[in-house]
Each structure stands twice: as C-alpha cells, then as structure tokens.
Design a protein around this ligand. Structure first.
Ligand code: MAN
Length: 495
C-alpha cells in the first residue's frame, strides 16, 4: 500500500469525479448521505471515503477503481481510466497504478501515477508524435500501394508469360504426338511390308522350285525320248539285218511274219516321219533368240534371255497368278507397287520414334513445371510472382543476412532454409544447413507493409530457428486512418 497523496486525490476528484472511472460510469459512484454500495453486491454499504482509499472492501473490487488495492479482482477491460486530455483516453491494469513507472504508452497524462506524482502530463508531445506518425504512415502507405500496384502488374505479366509458355509447349506436345503417331503407323506398315515381302520371297522360292521341276521334267522327257529313239533305231537296224539276210528257204513262218510286219512298219514310219516336226530345245531357243517383233526397241523389254527355261518359267508364273485372290489383293494393297522395306529403314523409324518419345517426355516435364506454376498460389493478387529473383540484404549483428523471397535465406554463406510455403503474410523457409548438435536451420519471415523492402530484425527464439521481420510493399493494403492510428505505439524513450 502506498501513501495516498490526498491533495492530488482531492484535486483529481474535483476535476473529473471518481479517479480511474470513465465519465460514462461516474454515475455508478453517486454517493447518497455519505454512503455508497459495492456495484455487484449492493448489500455491502461503504462510507464514501472508502472509495479509492487503497483498501479493497468490495468482493468485486469496485470500491478501488483508481488504486492498485483490488487489482487482483479487476481485469484490463475494467481497468484504470486515463482521460489523456487532448489525446485518446486509455485503460491500464490497476496493478500498474501508482507503481512509480510512467506508462505513457497508455496514460500519456501520467494520471496512473496520481499518488506518486512522478509522471508529468506528456499528452501534447505524444499527440504531436501521433499526428506525425499518422501523416508519415499515410504517405508511406500510399507510396507503398503505388509500388505494390506496379508489382501486381508485373506479376500479371509474369503469369501471362508462363501461361503463354505453357500454351506454346502444349502446342509443341500436340505436334510431337502427331509426328509420333505417324512414325508409329509408318513402323507398323514397314513391319507388315517386311513380313509380306518375306512371305512373297518364300512363295517365289516355291514357285521357282516348281518351275525347275517342270523344266527338268520336260528336259528329262525329251532326253528319254531321245534314248528311246536310239534304242528303236538299234532294234530297227537289227530287224533290217534280219529282213535282208534271212534264208527264205527255211520256210520259217514266224520269221516270215516278223519280216513282213517289219517292212509294213518301215513303210508306215516313213509316212509318219514325213509328218513329224523337227523340234529340239536348242533349235527352239535359237529361234526364240532370233525372234524380233516389228518396231522392236530393246529398252522397252525386260532384259531376260529368251531361253526355253525362261519361257517355261514365264508361262508357269502366268498360270500360277491365275489362282491369286485378285479382289482381296486390291483392297489390301495400294495401287502403286510398294518398295521393299529394308531392316535399315525399320531401324531408322524406330530411332526416330525413340527420339520423338524422349523429346515428348522432356516437353511434358517442362509443361508440368509451367502447369504447376500457373496453379500455384503466389499470395494475394499473385503478388509474389513479381518478386521472383529479388533479394533483400542487411547486416544485423555479426552476420549478413540475405532473404530471397521465393528462394532461400542465407546467414553469411550458411543456408538458413529454402522457401517451403506461404501462410498469410509469413514466408516459411526450411531444410537449411544442420546446426551443430541441433536441428536443420529454418526460418519464418513475417512481412509488414512499407514502401521499401528492408530486413527490420532477426531473432533466434530457438537454436537455429530464426524469425525475421521484413518490411515490403508486397503485403500492403489500403488502411483507414483508424487502422493506422491503432498501429501507433508510444516510445517512452523519446518523450
Ligand atoms: C552459428 C549461427 C548461429 C547459430 C549457431 C549454432 O553461429 O548460425 O545463428 O545459433 O551457429 O551453433
């Protein structure tokens, strides 16, 4: 309990009623016949001199609004009222009343120290500081808002550029996909043609074997005919010998019949031989070679030798083709003849597909970065896009700190963290260099509105966990005078 300065008290009571009570509540302290009842327990009636006598009498502490006697019962909202004439009234917790400390941030009039008389009224100077603060702050905010506006435009341009890049790359992806589809079709076609040509090859081989068989058969037949003719000729010579040299006197009926029949045969044979053609393969081939149609131009003909074998082959193939399924063949195959596909060509198409697939993969990866970027939230109005690549530096204490908004934070050359998230106007940085015997470094950066970017302060509430205060235009919002006024803080050291 302090010694009440009754003269000061009397003066205050005279000027503003019950000390520590706001004007609107003064009526609650109306004294009737020198008596007053506790506010929440009117059954307790006190002598009016017991109000603010520095002794707590009422269970609700209502008899001591202007002293610290009932401070344990009175909350801040129900605290000591400072009139702060010429400035804004304030409320201070009752335990701070008459404690010998000037609480000018709340009671610029020093009325909280009415009993000690230690604190002269400084409301005039506080008011001046307040007015200056509000004016400067208004000017700063309007400057900051103009800068922020430029950032917003910049962010819009940056986003538009990302969207454009994404569109371009999506166009490229569509192009590559089309090319890939074509190449894949080409590959399937080439493979089926290669298969077809190997089928054709085997059919041709079979046909060629058949042709050779036929050619051999004809040749064998001719050779066998020749051999038969030679045998016949030998037999004829024997029989001729017999017919000319036999002895008719023996009257051998069988010999006579044989000789007569042989002579008939020879007569008949001569008639036959007159009719018989003199065909031979060699002669035939000679004739074929000398065959030249009228207006013969060698360039118009495929250079195949006109031999008997070739002729057989040609007619045999013609014969085989008669049985080919012509209708289907036309449907399945294009009209123009298809060139044969080499393995080299297939490998080249496969390589081109591989290259296109690689290109597609890398373009898709690039596109997904842009997509992610477009969908990402970069703070209100996408503003953080505009500060991409911007760094704010300041030497504080023994270290030089560097904050890269969308990047990372360094304490000299030590990585404090990389940006991992944005919550409201706080940037979160994590995964910095590990602290000796501690966690990996990390930081929170609280951004407050100012026209220029500046690291205001850094603290390390826990080992290697940092908290920065960063002034920047990017978090500025238009503020009413009331909002600005509420932000004003009295610095007692300046009074
Ligand atoms: C360095 C700095 C400090 C940190 C200590 C921990 O000195 O990074 O901020 O507290 O390491 O050992």
């Amino acid at each position: 309990m302090i010694l009440i300065n009754w003269i000061s008290l009397a003066a205050l009571v005279a000027s503003q009623g019950i000390i520590g009570v706001k004007p609107e509540d003064q009526h609650l302290y109306k004294v009737e016949n020198g008596k007053w009842a506790c506010l929440l327990d009117p059954s307790i009636v006190l002598d009016s001199s017991q109000i603010n006598d520095d002794i707590c009498d009422c269970p609700d502490g209502s008899d001591e609004p202007g002293t610290a006697a009932c401070s344990h019962l009175r909350g801040k909202s129900n605290g000591f009222y400072c009139a702060n004439e010429g400035y804004f009234p304030g409320y201070i917790e009752n335990f701070k009343v008459n404690d010998g400390v000037c609480d000018y941030d709340i009671c610029c009039d020093g009325s909280d120290e009415w009993a000690t008389g230690k604190c002269p009224n400084k409301c005039e100077i506080v008011k001046q500081k307040f007015d200056t603060y509000v004016e400067n702050r208004k000017a700063e905010i309007s400057k900051a808002l103009r800068i922020r506006d430029q950032y917003v435009r910049k962010a819009e341009r940056y986003k538009a550029a990302v969207v454009k890049n994404l569109e371009n790359i999506q166009g490229e992806i569509t192009g590559i996909e089309k090319q890939l589809e074509n190449e894949k079709k080409k590959l399937a076609d080439a493979k089926s043609r290669a298969e077809q040509s190997s089928e054709d090859e085997s059919t041709t081989k079979q046909f060629s074997e058949l042709t050779t068989q036929l050619q051999n058969y004809i040749k064998d037949s001719i050779a066998s005919q020749k051999r038969s003719l030679s045998t016949i000729s030998k037999l004829e010579s024997l029989l001729n010998d017999l017919a000319e040299n036999y002895n008719p006197n023996y009257n051998d009926a069988s010999v006579k019949q044989c000789v007569n029949q042989f002579r008939e045969y020879i007569t008949g044979k001569q008639e036959e031989e007159e009719k018989k053609s003199d065909f031979s393969i060699e002669l035939f081939t000679e004739k074929l070679k000398s065959f030249k149609p009228s207006s013969f131009n060698p360039q118009d003909y495929i250079s195949i030798e006109p031999t008997f074998d070739n002729m057989v082959h040609h007619y045999f193939m013609k014969f085989v083709n008669t049985f080919k399924p012509k209708a289907n063949e036309e449907e399945e195959k294009p009209n123009h003849p298809q060139a044969a596909v080499t393995n080299k060509e297939i490998v080249a198409i496969e390589k081109s597909i591989e290259k296109l697939e690689k290109e597609l993969h890398s373009k898709k990866a690039e596109a997904s970065i842009y997509e992610e970027n477009v969908l990402k939230v970069f703070g209100n109005d996408d503003i953080l896009r505009a500060v991409e690549g911007e760094w704010v530096n300041r030497k504080i204490g023994e270290y030089n700190y560097k904050i890269g908004y969308l990047d990372s934070i360094y304490q000299d050359n030590t990585l404090v963290g990389r940006l991992t998230g944005v919550v409201g106007s706080t940037l979160h940085f994590e995964h910095g260099v590990k602290c000796w015997n501690g966690p990996h470094r990390s930081a929170h950066v609280d951004m407050v509105c100012a026209a220029d970017s500046r690291i205001v302060s850094v603290s390390e509430p826990e080992k290697c966990q940092y908290r920065f205060l960063l002034e920047t235009p990017i978090v500025c919002e238009d503020m009413s005078e009331e909002q600005i006024a509420r932000e004003f803080k009295v610095d007692p050291s300046e009074l």
